[in-house]
Structures are given as C-alpha cells and as structure tokens.
Design a binder for this molecule. Structure first.
Ligand SMILES: Nc1ncnc2c1ncn2[C@@H]1O[C@H](COP(=O)(O)OP(=O)(O)OP(=O)(O)O)[C@@H](O)[C@H]1O
Ligand SMILES: [Mg+2]
Length: 231
C-alpha cells in the first residue's frame, strides 16, 4: 500500500461545552481519494480544519507525511499548509479583485516562485480543468461552477501532498458539481495528491475510492491503524 500522507489520530475538539469530535481516527494515502460523509453539523468542516492545521485539536495528533503538525506554532503551521496542503473551502475564498489566473498562481507567488513559472503552472492547471479561456476574467465575471474550478486549480497548483476539499460542489447543480468533482479527481491524479473530500452526495462519493462516515463525533475507519470506540 502507498504511504499515509495525512493522518488524524484520536482527535477531539469542542466549541465551548459542545463536544463535536470525540475521538476521530482517519488517514489518507498517496493517490487516494476519500469521501468524508456525515450529517450537517456532525463536525466535517471542523475535522478538515484540524487536519489542515487551521484549528488545533483539544487532544489527539495530526501527522503530515509522518511528522506531527498539531503542536507547531501558528506560523509554522501556515508555512506547512502553504507548502504541502491545498484547501478548497466550503464557502469559497478566492480573491474577488484578482483575475482567475492570478488567484490560481497565488500560492506559488507566496512560496516565492517566479512570475513566469507561476503563470505557466497555473495556466496548465486551468487548461486541465477546462477554464483556460477564462484566465483573465475577474471572479464576478465567471459562473459559480467556473469559480469552483478555479478554487480547485488553486488548491492543486503547488502540487501539494494532500488536498482537503470541503463540499466544493455544495452550491452547484448535480451535473455541474459532478463535473467539478471529476476534474478535481483527475487533476489530483495528475499531481499525485491524496484527497479528502467532504460531501453529502452519494453520487459524489462514488467518485472517491472509499468513504468514511462521521457520526456521533467519531469515525469508524476500517483502514485506520486504531479504531476508537465511544466510552
Ligand atoms: N466557530 C465555531 N464556534 C462554535 N461552534 C461551532 C463553530 N464552528 C462550528 N461549530 C459547531 O460545531 C458543530 C460542527 O460544525 P461543522 O461546521 O464542523 O459541521 P459540518 O459537519 O461541517 O456541517 P455542514 O455539513 O453543515 O457543513 C456544529 O454544531 C456547529 O454549530
Ligand atoms: Mg461543513
């Protein structure tokens, strides 16, 4: 089996007195696409934020390529994220003032890559996702599905080890959503990224290699090293 790229072990997280995650084990291997499913409010976004180092767990560990990231400082975690992770947010977070291609090349520019090289990499990915002709449009001049594709391109442009996608097709109709997902999976195969994808849709989950279910604050992931049980 290929190497584990991202692993969460015994993760716990509460907001105030609300205990959202009560011992979650999950792992994603290189080249794998895993669908994360579960009811609204079950903690899927919270789990993705923990795995990306955007939030710190109350207990448990997050490992990226075998190294713990949960106990790193804020600055170290954001550097790790920039270098090794791609994130597609549930409610989108592209920069409206920038064009499509400027949004996509942004991670490379932040990593200090030269303008020409960044532009070439961004353009290649836009091409792969079928929106190369929209490169110079501003975000308000493209459709919801097109802007989701741009978000997918931005998450993949620096060839991250893992991509975390939080319901990237939630606001789209089924057909458009499936196309975006298909493009995400194809692009991830192209870059070799491990993908963890939140979705409510069974049709979307069918694009994934396997799915894991988050319920009652826990995941029963049969492929994870340890499967926690509720007390
Ligand atoms: N910043 C926060 N402060 C307090 N409570 C929060 C916060 N973020 C999320 N929650 C609560 O934690 C629970 C899990 O939220 P989360 O966003 O992780 O769920 P989700 O599974 O992603 O839901 P959805 O499918 O609707 O996106 C919810 O009850 C939510 O209200
Ligand atoms: Mg969510």
């Amino acid at each position: 089996m290929s190497e584990v790229v991202l692993r969460g072990s015994a993760l716990r997280h509460s907001y105030g007195i609300q205990e959202v995650l009560r011992g979650v084990d999950v792992e994603v291997r290189a080249g794998e696409v895993v669908a994360l499913m579960g009811p609204s409010g079950s903690g899927k976004s919270t789990l993705l934020h923990l795995l990306a180092g955007l939030l710190r767990p109350d207990a448990g560990e997050v490992e990226l390529r075998g190294e713990r990231i949960d106990h790193l400082s804020e600055g170290e975690r954001s550097r790790t994220r920039l270098e090794h992770l791609g994130f597609v947010f549930q409610f989108g977070d592209l920069v409206p003032e920038l064009t499509v291609v400027e949004n996509v090349e942004l991670p490379l520019r932040l990593l200090g890559r030269r303008r020409g090289a960044a532009r070439r990499a961004a353009t290649e990915l836009l091409d792969l996702l079928g929106i190369a002709d929209l490169a110079d449009r501003r975000l308000h001049e493209v459709s919801g599905g097109e802007s989701q594709r741009a978000a997918v391109a931005r998450a993949l442009v620096h060839s991250p080890a893992a991509v975390l996608a939080d319901e990237p097709t939630g606001a789209l109709d089924t057909i458009t959503g499936e196309r975006v997902l298909e493009a995400l999976v194809a692009a991830a195969r192209h870059t070799g990224a491990a993908v963890l994808l939140v979705t409510h849709e069974l049709t979307v989950a069918s694009w994934a290699g396997r799915d894991v279910q988050l319920r009652d604050g826990t995941i029963r992931d049969p492929s994870a090293a340890t499967v926690r049980r509720l007390p």
